[in-house]
Design a protein. Structure first.
Length: 621
């Protein structure tokens, strides 16, 4: 693991492989732009022009062009989203900040069903359990979405769709990458990051199957900033299985399972609470099984998604601790399309969350909900809904959403869209905040959020689209850590901001995507949330089989606390290239992150990645 390796030599060898057997492949970029639909904001497949939100869609092609990265790195490049810790050691805790909100206000879905660890302080889902190679696409909607998705959907919903079985009897995909894992001050170019994935899938008449295995190992980077030459290892492996059967044209059933195990060497604190190199470890495992079924009938369908998950987190240190939790989530709903203009969904979502602290604690949620979508033939679109949250600790609470928009067609593919929304959300304190080991408060009140949005989107043609919006989010009863325990904030918190997104193809083969976000609290400085953040990506198809991109990210300075008043702003430049050969069956890729070797802090006291290189390939059979 410590043997010196000439990464530049390997890079030259990898680039030389790009020259083999150039074959024509289908460029799906234009197809995606022509027929782009969004789902998460309404649960119906609607044309983007008929959606009242600026939905962020990460396509399968974009995921393919980010191989070797993590899910958190990819999502953190989107407008208004900052995942703190994603630029550090692979085992670093992640803080997800969207529109001034934090982990507890971001809800994660996997194949349409909520996922969360009830033992986590904020009851969130750990993005380190995800593997980008097993994901087909990601949709992100920002703003309150409790009407469709329940407690926790206050600032964003991240909807992850996993890969489905191939249409041949047997399909195989194998990918592997190697890379460096080094800080700005230790540019040794040792190979220290290994990522391997294999998946086999197929369709046998009415039966479908998919089995996948992934493994990642990283070394070479300390968790804490230190003069010692100490390295903290991160390892992860996971197994995914999906089986499906089409009983008839009307009824289909899928069952799936997942096991993920992560192990991280971490650094802790000494007796004076100074961050130092230690031999501490953190282990996290996830077991998850579930099913999804659909029964179609004329103009509609009855859908059931259900999952059972278990989590175990273990901290091995001078102060060891273990956290175990489990939850059951079920969502049954009826979708009905009256005609091409009126869509409805009515359902019930139920969840039981359990976590063990001094003793096992639990709460249950049962929520009936309804949502309606109207798409007129004269440009008016309305998305509206309501939900009754029934919580075993807090009784009933009503949330609602109203999201009108108006689209004026300018050409066959162009339009101008004006949109606005008023949404409410309801966030219950986590089991840890109510009954956990550190400062619990069983008298906490649930947090309530109200979000107002107003914006516009302009699409000139298939080669140019720009959107912008203003949002204002009001929080009451915000749960904060105050004087050694959790308490509700006495004052309202008001987050507001502006988001702008651009997608353009100014000339043939050149693509540009850019975004900018301004976020602030009216009352105070927002901890770890940059007031200004911008991303720019330039992509170029050198030929039909070769693609290259250059990306730039700017993150403004961020407030930390009274002891570390401000983290300096920083800029990152990344490069990526890929080449397909043998009729697209094999793809080689290479990337350089932080080309300029920027020196900055992502999390105070912890090491941040410097310039790093990765090489890899993907083989499809």
């Amino acid at each position: 693991m410590n043997k010196k390796t000439s990464v530049f030599g390997v890079l030259c060898f990898g680039i030389s492989l790009f020259g083999f057997a150039q074959e024509k492949t289908v460029d799906s970029t234009k197809v995606e732009q022509l027929d782009e639909v969004v789902i998460t904001d309404s649960r119906f497949a609607l044309k983007r022009e008929n959606s009242g939100k600026t939905v962020i869609k990460i396509s399968s092609q974009e995921i393919e062009r980010n191989q070797g990265r993590t899910v958190s790195e990819l999502i953190s490049a989107k407008s208004g989203i900052e995942i703190n810790g994603s630029r550090s050691n692979a085992g670093q805790n992640l803080g997800v900040y969207v529109r001034g909100g934090r982990n507890r206000q971001v809800l994660v879905l996997i194949d349409g069903i909520q996922v969360n660890d009830p033992s986590q302080i904020n009851g969130e889902y750990d993005f380190r359990l995800l593997n980008l190679n097993q994901i087909e696409s990601i949709e992100i909607i920002k703003g309150a979405a409790s009407t469709l998705y329940g407690s926790g959907a206050a600032s964003a919903v991240v909807n992850i769709t996993t890969k489905k079985p191939g249409d041949k009897k047997i399909n195989g995909v194998f990918s592997s990458s190697i890379g460096t894992n080094q800080s700005e001050s230790d540019q040794n170019y040792n190979i220290a990051d290994f990522n391997n994935n294999v998946a086999i899938s197929g369709t046998l008449d009415k039966f479908t199957y998919r089995a996948a295995f992934n493994n990642r190992f990283t070394d070479g980077l300390s968790a804490a900033i230190s003069d010692a030459n100490e390295k903290d290892v991160f390892s992860q492996y996971g197994v995914d299985i999906n089986l499906g059967y089409q009983f008839s044209k009307a009824f289909s059933l899928n069952i799936y399972g997942n096991y993920t195990d992560t192990n991280s060497e971490i650094d802790g604190f000494d007796s004076s609470f100074n961050l130092v190199d230690t031999d501490d470890e953190f282990n996290n495992t996830q077991h998850r099984v579930g099913l999804s079924s659909k029964f179609k009938y004329t103009n509609g369908s009855i859908n059931l998604n259900a999952a059972y998950s278990e989590y175990e987190r273990e901290f091995i240190s001078a102060f060891p601790s273990t956290f175990e939790s489990k939850n059951i989530v079920a969502d049954i709903y009826n979708k009905y399309v009256f005609d091409k203009t009126f869509y409805t969904i009515i359902g019930v979502n139920a969840a039981e969350n359990k976590a063990t602290f001094a003793e096992e604690q639990e709460f249950t949620i049962v929520d009936p909900y309804a949502n309606f979508v109207y798409v007129s033939d004269f440009g008016l679109n309305v998305n509206a809904g309501a939900r009754l949250n029934n919580h075993s600790e807090y009784g009933s609470h009503f949330t609602y959403n109203l999201n009108p928009s108006y689209t004026l067609k300018t050409t066959d593919s162009g339009y101008t869209k004006l949109f606005g929304s008023f949404s409410t959300s309801f966030i219950t304190p986590s089991l840890s905040q109510l009954f956990g080991n550190f400062g619990p408060n069983p008298d906490l009140e649930p947090e309530e959020n109200r979000t107002i949005e107003a914006g516009a989107e302009f699409k000139l043609n298939d080669n140019f689209r720009i959107s912008g919006l203003f949002f204002s989010r009001e929080e009451t009863n915000t749960v904060l850590w105050i004087n050694g325990g959790y308490q509700n904030a006495e004052d309202e918190l008001n987050a507001r901001g502006v988001e702008v997104e651009l997608s353009a193809t100014p000339v043939n083969k050149l693509s540009i995507t850019a975004n900018y976000a301004f976020t602030e609290y009216k009352e105070s400085l927002a901890r770890r949330i940059p007031k200004h953040k911008a991303n720019l990506l330039l992509g170029y198809d050198l030929c039909e089989s070769t693609f290259a991109s250059l990306s730039y990210q700017y993150v403004h300075d961020r407030f930390e606390n009274a002891f570390v008043p401000m983290l300096d702003s920083f800029s990152l430049v990344n490069f990526y290239a890929s080449h397909k050969a043998l009729k697209g069956k094999i793809k080689f890729f290479a990337g350089i992150d932080n080309i300029l070797n920027e020196d900055y802090e992502d999390v105070p006291g912890y090491v941040t990645k410097g310039r790093n290189i990765r090489l890899g390939f993907q083989l499809g059979l």
